[in-house]
Design a protein around this ligand. Sequence first.
Ligand code: CO
Length: 172
Amino acid sequence: MATMSVRIYGDPVLRKKSEKVTEFDDDLLVFLEDLAETMILEDGVGLAAPQVGVSKQIAVINREPGNPVTLIKVINPEITLFGDETYSMEEGCLSVPGIRGKVVRPDSLEMTYQDEKGEQQELYAEGFEATIIQHELDHLDGVLFVDRLSLAKKVLIKGKLRELSKRGREGG
Ligand code: CO
């Protein structure tokens, strides 16, 4: 197992729409392990493949960091239903260090995805976990949580983002 370096805001890979996974092989298993290990090392509750430079529809999510029971490895996910209520939470992102902000999202969701063996799975999530899932799935579409902040907050963080973006482009 190995950990990978996390790409920073400004790196073009974070803005790409990622590709569907078609091969469920040993390379995928190793990648999933490495992604989960990197998430733990970086103290995150979720990490998407584009964040380590791999433009594929893969993410790991864990609402209880370090607990192997709550770890979900998600491949080719699709949200099939959103709840009617909203839930707002202050979000952060390993790819956007130093910035946090409140994002309003649907409070619950149903999703389908494939597990590491390629088997179709279904999942219902609400609250905190639903937020993490939406945040990670956004990464697969090239969307970052800062895109979903209020206009006022966007204005406030503009300078910080510009600074990060310089770093991100160099690291990419
Ligand atoms: Co993120």
